[in-house]
Design a protein around this ligand. Sequence first.
Ligand code: FES
Length: 202
Amino acid sequence: MTPEWAQRRAVVDEILQRYPERRSAIMPLLHLAQESRGYVAREDIEAIAEILAMTPAQVESVASFYALYVRRPRGRHTLTVCSNLACVLGGARSLVEHLRQRLGVEPGETTDDGLFTLQVTGECLAACDQAPVLQVDGYYVHRASPDKVDRLLEALRRGVPMAELADRAALPHEAEGGAQGGARPETPAGPGKGARADGWRL
Ligand code: FES
């Protein structure tokens, strides 16, 4: 057991209490590892296996099955483009190309300054009517045009937190039409995978 996992023993015990079958806690424990470190490391796999009396291979098989678990260190901000059907039809491919050029990385890579990790997921992010959809640190960016993405990257480079960028006032010159006149949509877009429940829009 690593010192990190020894320190979070109380949290682990609380999670274990929720499940009559000990190994059912595998996904919450993987989430705990990811929230703490930013990704699930090999030592987390081994610690979780020890806690649940499983083999590391069994834990690894779950961690590698779900795309929501990150297995390598990533940048301060993670940008995830949905590449499922509605988003591809809405321009996701050109959005990925734009991000590749702007960031100088391929999907799965992190910029040299450690600021951005670019990801592309084939899993629908459950906001198809707002395609193409980009998620940044769990926040939705709906109808993610190249212009909008450029403003977003510039603001993040200035250190503006994503929570503030969710307020459209932080991104002036918004050219998008539609009924998105406020900081938050009246109706949240719904929780995509790994997204925060409020589903704010830029
Ligand atoms: S296809 Fe991209 S959000 Fe559904």
